[in-house]
Design a protein around this ligand. Structure first.
Ligand code: NAD
Length: 296
């Protein structure tokens, strides 16, 4: 039987771990004990220290940032000190390719495998078993971990070598931000010209300007008045920053990415880092003196 552990059982880690618990016993660890209680009722075994976690063969992580992952693994009291050769660490954090490659470089010298396997599709996609998982590692190691990742989701992709999963995830989210802002901008113009926002979105969705914002974001979250997507401005800001930092490192020009992040910043200044991403619509409404949400 595979020995499996999961560290970081927050909004995203919890449903990912819940999928693993359908098939395996899982050791669970989090600095916030209250996040472990529900998973314990589903069969998770609460573990109190990293030394015990290190006894497992596959250790999943879903933590806020790569800095936290780095200190948890190779910090002074880190997990690496206790790990045995052949262990696989599967990092589902939305992380930074540069830090990921640095950690992998250190661990591979000890015979420990480190894979970046970030996800896209939110907690709901995780629970449904459809979340996209982007695994960055060598081909032979991918074959070893794929059956485990398939317990979490049917949509698992090998994106290339270590770091490529984190790079692709951040790139995807930067593209989502750019498309969203471009769509809000154009729909604001059309509304100002007297067109009903529902008509504008419906027609664009059947025309060449269609994208995720016309298919999902606007109809489901804004035009419906729900104003909730379940993804914060702070997380989007983190992801856009990762992609832009990667662009700087690779000397790639990203003018639209930089501008979109600047516009996101205006929403963050007004509503904070914990605000739902739907709040960007309010920034466009204010700027252009229009209404995208339904009139109450
Ligand atoms: P969260 O804040 O809800 O959960 C993070 C968990 O990590 C918390 O339970 C926290 O106590 C724990 N933690 C922090 N430091 C720790 C440490 N040193 N040791 C052990 N546990 C520690 O965040 P989340 O929404 O679950 O996001 C986790 C990751 O998943 C992030 O990188 C995020 O970008 C990514 N992600 C989130 C979503 C989403 O919709 N929430 C979607 C895709 C990807």
């Amino acid at each position: 039987m595979k020995k499996i552990a999961f560290i970081g059982l927050g909004n995203m880690g919890s449903p990912l771990c819940q999928r693993l618990l359908l098939k395996y016993n899982v050791d669970i660890f989090d600095i916030n004990k209250s996040n472990l209680k529900r998973l314990e009722t589903l069969g998770g075994r609460i573990v109190k220290d990293l030394q015990t976690i290190a006894n497992n063969d596959f250790i999943f992580l879903c933590l806020p940032t790569s800095d936290i992952v780095e200190s948890l693994i190779i910090g002074n009291q880190g997990l690496a000190k206790h790990l045995k050769k052949g262990t696989s660490i599967i990092d589902m954090t939305t992380g930074e390719p540069k830090i990921t490659r640095k950690i992998e470089n250190i661990l591979s010298k000890k015979g420990i495998n480190f894979v970046d396997a970030p996800v896209s599709g939110g907690p709901k996609g995780a629970l449904n078993g459809t979340i996209a998982i982007m695994a960055g590692c060598k081909e032979d190691h991918y074959e070893k971990i794929k059956p485990l990742l398939n317990v979490i989701s049917e949509n698992v992709f090998h994106t290339g070598d270590v770091g490529s999963g984190h790079s692709l995830k951040a790139g995807n989210n930067l593209l989502n931000l750019i498309c969203r802002i471009a769509t809000f901008e154009v729909v604001s113009l059309l509304v100002k010209d007297g067109i009903d926002p529902n008509t504008a979105v419906e027609v664009i969705q059947k025309s060449s300007g269609r994208n995720y914002a016309t298919e999902i974001t606007l109809p489901d979250n804004i035009l419906s008045g729900k104003m909730f997507q379940g993804f914060t401005t702070g997380l989007m800001n983190k992801d856009a920053t990762i992609a832009l930092n990667n662009g700087e490192l690779l000397k790639t020009d990203l003018p639209l990415g930089k501008l979109s992040k600047k516009i996101l910043q205006e929403t963050i200044e007004e509503f904070g880092l914990e605000a739902d991403m739907s709040n960007i619509a309010l920034t466009f409404e204010d700027k252009n003196q229009i209404r995208l949400r339904p009139i109450d």
